[in-house]
Design a protein around this ligand. Structure first.
Ligand SMILES: NC(=O)c1ccc[n+]([C@@H]2O[C@H](COP(=O)([O-])OP(=O)(O)OC[C@H]3O[C@@H](n4cnc5c(N)ncnc54)[C@H](O)[C@@H]3O)[C@@H](O)[C@H]2O)c1
Length: 333
């Protein structure tokens, strides 16, 4: 059975999803929808290239996409402030939903999405891609195996230039995107939660505020254990500054380190460092393949639940409060 997908939003991420489905077995992009005429012709712009839409249905209004009876799932690649509105409308129209991260602009909106999914009995899959990224998946497996003892410290880092490609520049509008703390840093927050569970409290610092936005945030997460878990996210660097994501996890028996090229190395307390083989393919392929398989089998995801994606938004809200007040903030889920 081939799952028929309608992509809503053909920007940078809509194109990544379109290209990913083309390589996936069991799914086909049947229709796309975007307000922008150039994008509806397949020209994504901003150096992201083009896609061939000659054999797809093309809609301008999202209501027409939702009403298309041939579609099983709507893949929401829209600006963050529209995630809740679009996902809820799609589920009300009877479609399952795959929605890009962060789940929503606020945790309250994310809660409404979960309520709609339950009420309409439609599946809601949150595209927290780092949970599927091969080096992160392997690192999590090694940590959870316990073979190197407990984690003493872990440090996650994600740096980027200020994004300049988005539709009507919504990414640079704090009200719409949440800027760095919600849009970029959410990847590490979500992975930390996936690996260590829900933190009791957070202590954050920010600085160099541009228009009051937290474009560089450093947080320490308290899990009630004798360990130091931190994440740093920044996108206030000049455009052209190379994107990087890295981490180091120090366990009692070894340190795991992922460098900017996602190469994973294990440094044992005794013995020589060794390269760690990770799964082939990229995180987007594993992620969308997993969601499509869940839809085919009529089951929920055991990797990312909507509740846990909502918790990531909630943690970031607590981080922002902590950075604003200078105090540790208990995270109430
Ligand atoms: N997982 C990742 O690695 C990753 C990377 C980048 C972005 N994202 C997420 O993907 C989402 C989209 O980001 P992006 O960078 O692709 O943004 P973008 O601005 O490039 O694309 C958004 C698209 O939505 C379209 N659009 C806006 N309003 C519309 C409407 N009412 N009807 C139809 N189309 C409409 C725009 O024309 C545009 O093509 C965001 O939530 C972002 O956080 C995820």
């Amino acid at each position: 059975m081939t799952i028929k997908v309608g992509i809503l939003g053909l920007g940078m991420m809509g194109k990544v999803h379109f290209d990913t489905y083309a390589k996936l077995k069991g799914a086909r992009v049947e229709a796309v929808c975007d307000l922008d005429a150039k994008k509806r012709q397949g020209d994504i712009g901003h150096g992201f290239g083009s896609i061939d839409l000659s054999k797809r249905k093309i809609y301008t209004a999202m209501e027409e996409l939702f009403a298309d009876p041939s579609l099983d799932v709507i893949d929401v690649c829209m600006p963050t402030y529209l995630h809740a509105k679009c996902s809820i409308a799609a589920m009300k129209a009877g479609k399952h939903v795959i929605c890009e991260k962060p789940m929503a602009r606020t945790s309250a909106e994310a809660r409404e999405m979960i309520a709609a999914s339950k009420k309409m009995n439609r599946k809601l899959f949150m595209a927290q891609c780092i949970r599927f990224w091969p080096s992160y998946v392997k690192a999590r497996e090694i940590v959870l195996s316990g073979q190197y003892g407990r984690v003493m410290t872990a440090r996650f880092c994600r740096l980027s230039g200020l994004p300049n490609w988005s539709w009507q520049n919504w990414l640079q509008d704090a009200e719409k995107s949440g800027r760095c703390s919600l849009d970029l840093h959410v990847h590490d927050v979500d992975f930390i939660q996936y690996l260590f569970g829900k933190p009791k409290s957070v202590m954050s610092r920010t600085g160099g505020l541009r228009k009051g936005c937290m474009d560089h945030i450093i947080t320490s997460y308290d899990f009630g254990k004798d360990q130091l878990i931190t994440a740093e996210g920044a996108w206030e660097y000049a455009w052209g500054y190379p994107f990087s994501m890295t981490f180091s996890i120090a366990m009692e028996g070894a340190t795991l380190d992922m460098t900017h090229d996602t190469k994973l190395t294990l440094y044992p307390i005794k013995g020589k460092p060794k390269d760690v083989k990770v799964y082939a393919g990229d995180g987007y392929h594993h992620e969308l393949g997993h969601f499509i398989e869940c839809i085919r089998m009529n089951r929920d995801s055991d990797v990312v639940s909507p509740e846990s994606a909502m918790h990531s938004v909630r943690i970031i809200e607590a981080e922002e409060e902590s950075a604003r007040t200078g105090k540790a903030v208990t995270v109430r889920f």
